[in-house]
Design a protein. Structure first.
Length: 116
């Protein structure tokens, strides 16, 4: 066996753990999470092979595409845009200093009698 790591939504992970725990002693239950995952994936892969490749295994691949799915990328872009809007709308704290004029440092402004 080879280990693998996958990301799952917390709600699905919780449901999977609960389902395995509460059915592990049933005739069709799974003794552990690895068994549940392995058999579930095998069933899905067999369906995909049967449906899209005449029941035969697909050719092996060297490297899979990484990164978010198109749906995940769109969701991330929406979250980032919402966060940028919130940041732009948020008032500056009263104690925030004004930036020095372009090309003029705070020390130079003080020396010339301006406020820092």
């Amino acid at each position: 066996m080879k280990s693998a790591s996958f990301s799952l939504p917390p709600s699905l992970l919780g449901r999977m753990r609960a389902a395995q725990h509460h059915t592990q002693l049933k005739p069709d239950g799974f003794h552990n999470l690895s068994e549940l995952v392995r058999e579930s994936i095998e069933e899905t892969v067999e369906y995909l092979e049967k449906t899209y490749n005449r029941g035969r295994p697909f050719p092996a691949v060297e490297k899979l595409r990484t990164g978010p799915s198109p749906t995940g990328a769109a969701r991330g872009a929406q979250v980032r845009a919402r966060n940028r809007r919130k940041a732009a709308e948020a008032p500056l704290p009263e104690h925030a200093e004004q930036a020095p004029e372009r090309g003029q440092s705070s020390a130079r402004k003080e020396k010339e009698g301006g406020s820092a």
